[in-house]
Design a binder for this molecule. Sequence first.
Ligand code: FES
Ligand SMILES: [Fe+2]
Length: 429
Amino acid sequence: MMIMAAMTATVPEFLTPKLKSTSMYFNSHGYKIGVSVSQLGWRRFLNPSSSSRVFAVSDVNKLVTEFDPNIPLERASTPPSSWYTDPKFYHFELDRVFYGGWHAVGYSDQIKDNRNFFTGRLGDVEFVVCRDDNGKIHAFHNVCSHHASILASGNGKKSCFVCPYHGWTYSLTGSLVKATRMTGIENFALNEMGLKPLRVAVWGPFVLLKVIQATSRNGEVETDGFVASEWLGTSVGRLSQGGVDSSLSFICRREYTIDCNWKVFCDNYLDGGYHVPYAHKGLMSGLNLETYSTTIFEKVSIQECGGGSKAGEEDSFNRIGSQALYAFVYPNFMINRYGPWMDTNLVIPLGPKKCKVVFDYFLEPSLKDDEAFIKRSLEESERVQMEDVVLCESVQRGLESQAYDKGRYALVEKPMHHFHCLLHHNLKL
Ligand code: FES
Ligand SMILES: [Fe+2]
């Protein structure tokens, strides 16, 4: 059974989106210049003269409209290469794609016990997630209120967060409990200088974050069902049936930094198995590509494939089993369930031409001590990842070539077309 428990933090008024400004200019980080409350939800007062890389919103809009989601896949061209290379498009995209809706950022075992915490980054938002002494889960912007140092790093167990810069100390509920050497400072109230909250939920084995408060639900407490349906839509049942649940044991994490735009990695995942026979010959023998199918949900696409000949071979090593399910959760999270394994891939944008992909591996508990099986499975998986890294970096170089602007889709690339349509929907003005 899926465990679904949503934990929410009350979001103060200052974090609610205010989009009344009609300012038409963005700086290089995609924030509207002259807007006192940005789409990110906290105050930014930007001086146009302070940025040398000011750009007009119409420039970005022009790039967005170069892809038309109303043209069916059979006649459509892919988005232009500028979507994958242009710094101003990248910063605009962070605001529009990553700061609304729920996003997977970690797995629930990372905050299994009281005082556990982990840190990470969602777009340009540095965050820390923790479980307090009463078992309640919180998420905060991981930024010290004093001079903005990143507060916590890595993951582990802590009774409080002590800033490494000047020692200001915050409780696990986000309150500032100690501000060193502030005696004599006027108009200074500890209780006004706590960490800024983010919304957090746990769904199945995954920890989710949301940066912006949904306008229509301002102040309401979400139910488990609401989080599930907002994040996964009607794919929830199919994922549960396919074995995506909390019954598996976390085994390990692997991270890959790749010299490509984050969407190149997603596109590669979403080509309906098109590249498998050419680029993953080892993987191909474990899959029966004749059975490949794709189902499109609202913000999720699920590719499925039966196991290959290895399944019947004597002495065959078979990590994939009889069925593999590859779910893409828009915009940047993949859930792969095959045989006794589940691995998740979180694609973290690090710049217009760089991303990090975090692989978390989970295994049926009965096999978690089978070191030989785990080692061999991870080696096979690693080989596939390295093959994909080469492909993605090659595509990025090609996207930067003058020879290329837009491509075409094959019919099997339906999930990729769906991804591009969702992006367009988020990006259009
Ligand atoms: S920046 Fe954190 S204590 Fe100074
Ligand atoms: Fe691949």
